[in-house]
Design a protein around this ligand. Structure first.
Ligand code: ADP
Ligand code: MG
Length: 455
């Protein structure tokens, strides 16, 4: 394993051991920058995360590293920048290479593979919200059947699962022209099976999938409750897996959370790499808008794009929809809409968007952030790991929600109002002395506000 593969393997395992929010916060932009036999040096983006990894995750990281290579005995964290070799996958914006006939490409879907050439890695914008999934997808398309099998990508609607799975397929076609690739949404798999049973052609149906070198099944959550399809898929999965054929899957939720899915399938799905796609941050939304305007040779001012990126926050399909509306306006009026017009066009999107956090959100984010149970945070437990986060939650409730001290005390562990006052004042005082606490609380606030839906 080289450095990059080693770290990817560590990340894949860490994901199972900590909450999703902690993973995104602490492991984003980390890399192994060098290693010798016994020691690994990990680069991290800030002093803050360095401290955090050292104090909280050092043992588990070392344990995993050691299990992957038992010579490794020590980790060092550094904030120096990783060298360029890390950036192997294309992360920059593509040049304007796509022709004007993008719409027609929809018609060019390959009937053998079901791949649409429109979806590539080149036009897949990478940001913190999807980089793990993208990196894993990129890795398997360079080395199908070898690195992660299966790859299981999950995330909400319109966030790029289909695009990524299709890009994997297209990239494999490019790298290995002789490999047989099959992409299929699970609904089609199910209806194909029903038809095959009806037509007594079930053997042909099985062969078609068992011959694949790369089998990609989109939206596997729809297999829930379809016993016969699950049964057939289970056998196909095993047959391919045993022959080291690559399997890639997507779903709107992690395997564990798919209801009415047989345990044996869940455990197969969990046996490889699981990567989630979250919501894009502002910078990535801007990058996506710019890529799409370039692709389509549209021209809107930076201000207009910034406006769209700030009001359409968590779905890439909606970002595209917004661009379509602007393009339609431009065509009809033969002029580019200025910011006032854009604001009126999208008025309905922002009315009612009140960026106010609520009590539930604060509790949820704080407990996720510190990796403790909500019930512990709300209990009267005096355990050290809980007391501190509880004080921070109290501080946030007072500072951001202007909750009254008695209600804060009551809600968090049934405490007296004096406890809430004490916690608030303690954190206020510490904030004046500790840069890293300021940073820590900013992270939490960002998380509270960024996850609120403005639409
Ligand atoms: P999902 O399958 O998760 O519902 P899709 O893959 O269909 O989402 O994505 C919705 C739209 O957004 C598609 O047109 C896709 O090309 C685009 N898209 C999604 N993610 C990205 C990305 N990272 N970069 C560029 N375009 C994206
Ligand atoms: Mg999809």
């Amino acid at each position: 394993m080289n450095k990059k593969e080693l770290w990817e393997a560590v990340l894949a395992q860490i994901q199972f051991n900590i909450s999703r929010a902690s993973f995104a916060t602490w492991f984003k932009d980390t890399h192994i920058i060098s290693r010798n036999k016994k020691k690994v040096i990990v680069s991290v983006p800030s002093h803050f995360s360095q401290e955090w990894l050292q104090n909280k995750y050092d043992r588990i990281i070392l344990k995993i590293l050691h299990s992957l290579d038992n010579q490794i005995k020590e980790i060092q964290y550094t904030t120096s920048q990783p060298s360029l070799e890390i950036a192997e996958a294309p992360t920059s914006l593509p040049a304007v290479s796509i022709n004007n006939q993008l719409e027609f490409q929809e018609l060019q879907i390959n009937t053998e593979t079901n791949l649409n050439p429109r979806y590539t890695f080149e036009n897949f914008v990478v940001g913190p919200f999807n980089e793990l999934a993208q990196a894993a997808g990129w890795a398997i398309s360079k080395n199908p059947g070898v690195v992660y099998n299966p790859l299981f990508v999950y995330g909400g609607v319109g966030l790029g699962k289909t695009h990524l799975l299709q890009a994997i397929g297209n990239e494999v076609v490019k790298n290995f022209p002789s490999k047989k690739i099959k992409y299929i949404p699970s609904e089609k798999f199910i209806s194909g099976l029903v038809a095959a049973i009806k037509n007594h052609s079930i053997e042909d149906f099985k062969i078609k999938y068992r011959e694949a070198d790369v089998l990609i099944i989109d939206d596997v959550q729809f297999l829930a409750g379809k016993d016969k399809s699950q049964e057939e898929f289970f056998h196909i999965f095993n047959a391919l897996y045993e022959k080291n054929k690559q399997i890639a899957l997507s779903s709107d939720r992690p395997p564990k959370a798919i209801p009415a899915l047989e345990e044996r399938l869940k455990s197969r799905f969990e046996g490889g790499m699981i990567a989630d796609i979250g919501s894009p941050d502002f910078e990535t939304r801007m990058a996506i808008l710019k890529t799409k305007t370039q692709e389509r040779r549209l021209d809107f001012s930076e201000k207009v794009l910034e406006y769209i990126a700030s009001v359409v926050q968590n779905n890439i399909r909606q970002l595209e929809g917004a661009l379509n509306r602007l393009a339609a306006y431009q065509k009809l009026n033969s002029q580019s809409p200025d910011i006032q017009i854009v604001q009126t066009l999208f008025k309905n999107l922002i009315t009612g968007s009140t960026k106010v956090a609520n009590y539930k959100k604060v509790i949820q984010v704080v407990s996720e952030f510190y990796d403790i149970k909500q019930s512990d945070l709300l209990s009267s437990s005096r355990k050290k790991e809980v007391v501190r986060p509880r004080q921070i939650a109290m501080y946030l409730l007072r500072e951001n929600l202007k909750s009254s001290y008695p209600s804060i005390g009551r809600r968090l562990g049934g405490k007296d109002h004096t406890t809430a006052i004490y916690a608030y004042e303690k954190i206020v005082k510490e904030l004046k002395q500790s840069e890293s606490l300021v940073e820590e609380i900013n992270y939490i606030k960002q998380r509270i506000y960024s996850s609120l839906d403005p639409l």
